[in-house]
Design a binder for this molecule. Sequence first.
Ligand code: FE2
Length: 386
Amino acid sequence: MATEIKNVEYGLEKIFEGAQDFLPLLGTDYVEFYVGNAKQAAHFYKTAFGFQSFAYKGLETGCRDYASYVIAQDKIRIVLTTPLNSKSPINAHLAKHGDAVKVIALWVEDATKSFEETVKRGAKPFMEPTVEKDEHGEVVRSGIYTYGETVHIFVERKNYKGLFLPGYTAWKSDYNPAPTGLKFIDHMVGNVGWGEMNQWVKWYEDVMGFVNFLSFDDKQITTEYSALMSKVMSNGNGRIKFPINEPAKGKKKSQIEEYIDFYESAGVQHIAIATDDIIKTVMELRARGVEFLSAPPHAYYEEIPKRLGKHMEMMHEDMTVIEKLAILVDADEDGYLLQIFTKPLEDRPTLFFEIIQRMGAKGFGAGNFKALFESIEREQEKRGTL
Ligand code: FE2
């Protein structure tokens, strides 16, 4: 929790001063996945990651076209939506992309103004401002397209006292696996096609008032075989961070190109989720069958004291446990961070989760990029896509 507050303070005072305040974002509201079978997906995310049954919408609540299961853990809310007939437009999204993140919903004070300001600045509309009501009050939502077929929905809920959104009922289940310590979404990464990164950086600057506060070129993010480029965008208060990746030329195929090939457009590559105790969280996730990328060689762990430098003395985690769990460690001038990446969460090598614990560090694990990508390449090799 302390980590999150520190991030926000840092954002307000320092690096994000160039950000515009025409679109104040209060936080991530929810993330919506379009999936082939929401009932089964909800069971997976509850069992494997410890999400809790939260809200539901479907035939039983009078929704004839689709079913949505909302699962929650601490501040994270994920909506899993599936079509109930062949006429639903969700089918086309599923056929093209597979199970995927469709919506990154952002919590705002004023969804109408958010829509008007962003559309005025060039956003393509997805949903006009719409008022939804029930006995608990009203919610206003509006939406715009971002990269690929992904959308941002603005959620204004200041006049709503209900559980989630109008139309949803509480989802009570007799099956309630314990949470695994997942707290909030730290950042969400988008993969875009060749030559498109700067165009989307500009879009987030012009349309959303974000700033680009970190950049990595293909010389920093490279292995013997493949490369990529990345720029990190943040909103003014630092609560919303969207790194954007683009493939770069290497001897073999970039993991970003592999993603684009299988996703068939730009889209969300990974969701990074914060924990206060990564060792406990990862041990629990592994016990529940979550698969992570393999550990880097032992030499990587021997170099950690060098990489951490002055932050080494504040590191209290047991290094043998860190290595056994294949957790990666990096540092920047403000502190260190611990992170680990799951294998893709579905059959297409597209969406995955990152689990991250920040111990003061504000970065994204640049010192781990090489080890991480070599690990991804070992998986690409198996898939025949390197
Ligand atoms: Fe990340």
